[in-house]
Design a protein around this ligand. Structure first.
Ligand SMILES: Nc1nc2c(ncn2[C@@H]2O[C@@H]3COP(=O)(O)O[C@H]4[C@@H](O)[C@H](n5cnc6c(=O)[nH]c(N)nc65)O[C@@H]4COP(=O)(O)O[C@H]3[C@H]2O)c(=O)[nH]1
Length: 698
């Protein structure tokens, strides 16, 4: 082959090479080591921002552009390749671009040796790997940052198994990498929070991220609170391939917060409480007043405000000193606190002035009962050191909303009333509206005398017959209590039963009526008279009493009274509030053969389901529905509906308050044959009833 032909071929080969590499980031270099010339393809110069003619094809060109720091290791690699220590030359180095920035190059080449084994030529490629290098550097920086940060960064796969664990995680959780890789991420959560963990993972999977403040678990089990951020890890196509967790330790911050909160609470407590008695002070008192006003207004109820001032407290302070005075105030605070209910608020306004907000007031008289109790506990002797002290208080009471609807006025009025109480001789209470005091005092006097009435046997039982209007035959009699008051004459139950119920005296009254009536009726049976069934009014309080079943059994035995002679009437309004225990008792009584009837039926809105559950034999139509028959069509419709209801529930029915022929006729026409009322007889004394029965027997 001629020399010119060979040169031609070389040129063509180079051209093909150039063509093949065109479009890639790779250029050719051909170093003739004998004459030290360097051929570089135009794309090489282009890669560095130069036109072909701007750079001479000499090794000097490369030397001029290479980074000083890289020259040594490039040349070292070349030498090692020449010596055949490495098969292929491969090296990364930087060349300066015309605009000054550095281009990272991957150089690959091979040495060509002549027959004597001398290196004569080195041919290879230069590839621009700047982007890859930058990415690699960036990645390595991120990896270093991740490794160095103090916070925990953990990744885990879709099934929750840990796939990476940085140094911060070791610090935070105390586990070495090999202790946790492949373990489940949930191991970092306290056992009692695993529910929370499940919820968190569900939300993370749904939304792709989750952030919370949470308690986590260290290897040592020492408390760890962290801000935990979780997010999903995605592949190039956006599919979730796992999750990454970032946890920042806030344990110390939490501790500080807890201390600050405690201090804040202490300061708040101090600002709202009296240091001596630990009761709410004036500030908190007004706050509670506002709350009570809002609540009471919403519920449409009322409350009472008590202003309590100790009588002659100054005297104790002056004569025995403030130390003793303070201890007296503490005792007073404790005694009042133990007397009021939990929902009431006792405050100390100043010195010896206390207030009580008595919530949820049903009757203003309840306030007088509490005032009386407070006065009583205050009067008990106090033993302080060697002293036995007797103190008393004066109480003023104002009522929301009757007296005023704002806190300031209520306090002012209670204060005014308290002064009136002092004027009236101390150790007493006074309502702001003076007629209330009168009323309360009357009721209290009534309560005392009612208590005595039982002991003094001032109560009497009257009986009212119950009739079968079809046959005009007597089917039973209802016992109704009366009070033979020494000064006020014969009092009917409407004057004292409500008070007896409020004070609990109803239990004693009902017990007394039960014994008296059973004894008398049993006697009549024995005499051969036929009183039939005795109906007794039963207060729910009596039914709820622990001994009620025992007491009834004792009466049955003592008076030889057959259970089927007895009927117990429970007012519908009280049945509604009844609970399981009482229903069981009624069932027991019913099984014994005692009848149960619902009194005043139609006034208490009892539900059908309750009626079905109760062991009832009879409904008593309330007399308010009978009163206006036949004038009131609505009442007639109600009575018809009650009769139909009793019919469908297979219950016996009786109407009370029957006074006229028309009422009787209406009831008979509509299927109610049993009646009770003035039409037949008013309630009469036992003496008259006995005569009535005797006449009937003849
Ligand atoms: N206007 C009018 N009234 C009639 C007529 N027929 C009967 N009455 C009255 O209606 C009341 C019927 O008793 P009640 O509904 O059980 O209603 C009773 C009952 O709920 C209660 N009560 C009476 N005695 C006792 C008792 O010993 N214990 C308990 N817990 N409550 C009792 O007091 C309520 C009232 O008793 P009383 O005043 O005796 O009133 C009785 C009776 O006198 C009538 O034709 N016209």
């Amino acid at each position: 082959m001629t020399k010119s032909r060979k040169l031609d071929m070389d040129e063509k080969l180079k051209e093909r090479f150039e063509l093949a590499l065109c479009g890639s980031k790779t250029s050719i270099l051909d170093w003739d080591m004998v004459d030290n010339t360097l051929y570089v393809s135009p794309s090489w110069k282009e890669m560095l921002g130069y036109r072909d003619e701007e750079l001479p094809n000499t090794t000097h060109t490369w030397k001029r552009l290479v980074h000083k720091q890289d020259v040594v290791h490039v040349m070292k690699s070349v030498r090692e390749h020449i010596k055949k220590h490495i098969k292929v030359f491969e090296n990364n180095h930087r060349l300066r671009h015309k605009d000054g920035h550095w281009v990272w190059i991957l150089g690959r080449a091979r040495i060509i040796y002549d027959e004597q084994g001398n290196a004569v030529r080195m041919i290879g490629t230069h590839t621009d790997i700047t982007k890859e290098k930058e990415l690699q550097l960036q990645y390595s920086h991120y990896a270093q940052i991740l490794e160095q940060i103090q916070d925990s960064v953990i990744s885990f796969d879709m099934d929750g198994f840990i796939t990476s664990w940085n140094k911060g995680s070791k610090i935070l959780f105390g586990y070495e990498t090999d202790e946790v890789l492949g373990k489940h991420f949930s191991m970092l959560f306290p056992k009692n929070t695993l529910d929370l963990y499940e919820k968190m993972m569900a939300e993370l999977k749904e939304k792709g991220e989750y952030r919370t403040e949470i308690q986590l678990r260290r290897k040592t089990n020492k408390p760890l609170y962290a801000v935990l951020s979780l997010s999903s890890l995605k592949d190039e196509d956006g599919n979730t391939i796992g999750f990454v967790s970032y946890a920042h330790d806030i344990t110390e911050q939490k501790k500080v917060e807890a201390i600050l909160l405690e201090q804040k609470n202490i300061l708040r407590y101090q600002a709202h409480h009296d240091a001596l008695t630990r009761l709410p002070n004036r500030v908190l008192f007004f706050d509670r007043m506002e709350q009570s006003i809002r609540k009471t207004e919403r519920l449409g109820k009322s409350f009472a405000l008590f202003f309590i001032d100790l009588d002659k407290f100054k005297h104790i302070n002056d004569s025995l000193g403030h130390g003793i005075g303070d201890r007296v105030l503490k005792v007073v605070a404790r005694r009042i606190e133990e007397t009021i209910r939990k929902e009431d608020t006792l405050s100390r306004l100043s010195g010896d002035e206390f207030t009580v907000i008595m919530e949820d007031l049903n009757h203003p008289e309840d306030a007088s009962l509490l005032a009386e109790k407070i006065l009583t506990v205050l009067q008990k002797p106090m033993y302080i050191d060697e002293y036995t002290l007797y103190i008393s208080g004066s109480i003023g009471i104002s009522l929301y909303p009757q007296d005023a609807t704002d806190a300031d006025s209520l306090l002012k009025y209670a204060d005014t009333a308290m002064y009136k109480a002092k004027e009236n001789g101390r150790n007493t209470f006074q309502f702001y509206a003076s007629e209330m005091t009168q009323h309360a005092l009357e009721r209290m006097a009534m309560k005392t005398s009612l208590k005595e009435a039982i002991e003094k046997e001032e109560l009497v039982v009257h009986y009212q017959p119950q009739m079968d209007a079809k046959s005009e035959r007597m089917i039973g009699l209802e016992a109704l209590v009366r009070w033979q008051h020494p000064s006020r004459g014969l009092l009917h139950p409407d004057k004292f039963i409500a008070l007896a119920e409020e004070t609990g005296l109803i239990i004693d009254i009902d017990r007394w009526v039960m014994k008296t009536a059973m004894k008398e009726v049993s006697h009549w049976h024995k005499e051969g008279l036929i009183p039939d069934v005795l109906a007794l009014n039963l207060s729910i309080k009596q039914l709820e009493g622990h001994n009620f079943l025992k007491e009834i059994n004792e009466c049955l035995t003592a008076f030889d009274f057959k259970p089927q002679w007895l009927e117990l009437e429970i007012p519908e309004g009280q049945v509604m509030k009844n609970h399981k225990d009482s229903i069981q008792k009624l069932q027991t009584l019913n099984k014994m053969g005692i009848s149960i009837s619902i009194d005043d039926f139609g006034t208490g809105y009892s539900s059908l389901s309750l009626l079905k559950r109760l062991p009832i034999n009879r409904l008593k139509i309330d007399r308010s529905f009978i009163k206006d028959i036949p004038a009131d069509e609505e009442d007639m419709a109600i009575v018809k509906a009650i009769i139909a209801l009793a019919d469908s529930l297979k219950l016996n029915i009786i109407a009370e308050g029957v006074e006229t022929e028309e009422q009787k006729a209406f009831l008979l026409a509509n299927g109610c044959t049993y009646m009770q009322g003035y039409y037949y007889s008013r309630p009469i004394s036992s003496e008259l009833m006995r005569k009535f029965l005797q006449k009937k027997a003849c």
